[in-house]
Design a protein around this ligand. Structure first.
Ligand code: HXC
Length: 260
């Protein structure tokens, strides 16, 4: 996990992960993807961490995609391994049993947008740009973009972005429902902190169960999804957080959640 291209910092319940390769606009190579997987696993298992924030170093890019120079040297077999690694990494992010916020501080292109799409929440700076330009390189999105973008914005808009490779401004991405909030650069970090604190006021156990139900439901039809919710909902009642939340309401006090 000691990759200089990935910085990890834990502060007040928040695990900050920064892709730190600003000269190459934080392009993702295999080493960074391995380090990102390890970081997610470690922060996922760390009870101190309630929310994870993923961002890119510098002011220009969140992540400008998979490393194009590295891909130039790949044959089909190497490309399969790279695609698999990217999928494993994005699945690690999506399956983390705590919320992951993408703090998009600039370009989120190709594998960069696919990384943001694996996160649960996107806060973007005003100058951020979003797109899947893979077809301009003779590729198509291979870190989950063909699936997660469709889930996020629907088929028509996913086709539009993937077929044209065009970039959306942060405001357009917000209007498309891809991004939760757009803010000026000076407000980016504080906005993310506000989001993280709002989440951290609530039951980690309930959020963990809710996230799983929501994401599992994406793989199912409505009736199977509702059935899954019905299976999972009673699990709240086996958690201390539920007893605390219900009791605190009745006692007219703020709950103190432990996540258990
Ligand atoms: C490797 C990259 C890179 C990338 C930028 N750089 N993006 N290197 N891989 N994805 C490097 C540039 O080569 C350059 O290095 C330096 O970062 C600065 O970039 P510039 O192009 O000089 O900056 P600018 O003119 O401001 O343009 C910014 C940009 C452009 C619009 C973001 O860099 C760009 O189009 N990047 C590629 C975006 C892209 O196509 N992403 C999708 C990749 S495919 P040097 O050394 O030349 O100065 C992908 C597939 C995922 O993500 C799935 C795989 C299985």
């Amino acid at each position: 996990m000691n990759d200089p291209h990935l910085l990890i910092d834990i502060h007040d319940g928040i695990g900050w992960i920064t892709v730190n390769r600003p000269v190459q606009l934080n392009a993702l190579n295999a080493e960074i993807l391995h380090a990102l997987r390890a970081a997610m696993e470690s922060l996922g298992a760390n009870a101190e961490v309630r929310v994870v924030v993923l961002t890119g170093a510098g002011e220009k890019a969140f992540i400008a995609g998979a490393d194009i120079r590295a891909m130039q040297a790949m044959d089909a077999e190497a490309a399969r391994a790279f695609c698999r690694l990217g999928h494993a990494c994005m699945s690690n992010i999506a399956a983390l049993p705590k919320p992951v916020i993408a703090m998009v501080n600039g370009f989120a292109l190709g594998g960069g947008l696919e990384t943001a799409l694996a996160c649960d929440w996107i806060v973007a700076v005003e100058h951020a740009q979003f797109g899947l330009p893979e077809v301009t390189l003779g590729l198509f999105p291979g870190f989950g973009g063909t699936q997660r973008l469709r889930h996020a914005v629907g088929k028509a808009r996913a086709m539009e972005l993937i077929f044209t490779g065009r970039r959306l401004t942060a405001r357009e991405a917000h209007a498309w429902g891809l991004v939760n909030t757009v803010v000026p650069a000076a407000e980016l970090r504080n906005t993310v902190l506000d989001v993280a604190r709002a989440i951290m006021a609530n039951s980690p156990a309930a959020i963990r169960l809710a996230k799983r139900a929501l994401l599992q439901g994406l793989n199912m039809g409505l009736s199977d999804g509702l059935h899954y919710e019905e299976e999972q909902f009673p699990k709240c009642f086996e958690r201390d957080d539920c007893v605390e939340g219900l009791t605190a309401f009745v006692e007219k006090r703020r709950p103190v959640f432990t996540g258990k």
